[in-house]
Design a protein around this ligand. Structure first.
Ligand code: CO8
Length: 257
């Protein structure tokens, strides 16, 4: 099973499991990841998704270079489309997604991490977009999401030079949200995920939807959409429960309705 999925406490832990190739994406591995993510996107019992890599060396060292070396132009276009669709699922599924970057996150590995809502890295992790060293460019969203997540200047530096950065430098540029000792990465990330899973699922879904608009489209229509989604919150049981719990000085019990 190249993609492991473990469900616990409303959190799905998805593991890219091909450590002998530093979790590089073969066609089979990427296709299976997209399938599993698509199932999790529709599974109401799953309220947060954590993506990580098997072993202690890599999150994912990118797309499989040996496989790609044989592609025709049309096949490369399809391969790019599959990676982009997988990244888009992480970015738009109606629940939070978190990358636990336990080692190398290079090329397509970095691009899938960038598509997650949050990123935490082990202090030993290395991130980058080294495609230029292979004579190509990032193809699973890296030319866009790296700039949106950090700055255009930093993104251009990584994409044009192919330089990889350590976790601490990544954190300074906003590429990761936090850095943990390697043995603490997964427990800490799962703790964040369980915290998210305990919140109102509908509010999280709409908060993510509104936040995803922030760097695209027209500011005023995005604000109007935010106002609509805010108002829609008043149609839910979770809004009544959240506000009643505050008034009664107790923890809310959200049902996702
Ligand atoms: N593809 C295939 N195999 C890989 C990959 C990869 N990306 N990365 C590592 N491996 C394999 C190695 O070949 C090796 O296998 P073997 O033992 O059979 O020779 C095994 O993993 C261990 O790797 P190394 O021996 O190289 O380990 P090192 O510790 O010496 O080096 C590195 C680790 C620095 C991570 C090194 O493996 C490396 O540079 N890997 C390639 C990183 C890279 O360039 N990634 C970007 C790939 S391109 C990409 O992701 C584009 C995505 C968008 C595609 C869009 C298409 C349209």
């Amino acid at each position: 099973m190249p993609i492991g999925v473990k469900r616990d406490d409303g959190v799905a832990l998805v593991t890219i499991d091909r450590p002998e190739a530093l979790n590089a994406f073969s066609l089979e591995l990427l296709g299976e990841l997209r399938e599993r993510l698509s199932e999790l996107a529709h599974d109401e019992a799953v309220r947060a998704v954590v993506l990580t890599g098997a072993g202690d060396r890599a999150f994912a060292a990118g797309a499989d270079i040996k496989f790609m070396s044989t592609l025709s132009v049309l096949e490369a276009r399809e391969w790019g489309g599959l990676g982009q669709a997988t990244a888009l699922l992480l970015e738009t599924m109606p629940k939070p997604t978190i990358a636990a970057i336990n080692g190398f996150a290079l090329g397509g590995g970095c691009e899938l991490a960038l598509a997650c809502d949050l990123r935490y890295a082990a202090r030993s992790a290395k991130l980058g977009q080294p495609e230029v060293n292979l004579g190509v460019i990032p193809g699973w969203g890296g030319t866009q999401r790296l700039a949106r997540t950090t700055t255009l200047g930093f993104a251009k530096e990584l994409v044009l030079t192919g330089r990889t950065v350590g976790a601490e430098e990544a954190e300074r540029h906003g590429l990761v949200n936090g850095v943990f000792e390697p043995e603490e990465l997964l427990p800490k990330t799962l703790e964040v995920a369980r915290g998210l899973a305990s919140k109102g699922a509908v509010a999280l879904r709409w908060a993510k939807e509104a936040a995803n608009l922030a760097l695209q489209g027209a500011h005023e229509s995005n604000l109007a959409q935010e106002a609509n989604l805010f108002a829609l919150g008043f149609s839910t049981d979770d809004q009544k429960e959240g506000m009643a719990a505050f008034a009664e000085k107790r923890e809310p019990r959200f049902t996702g309705r």
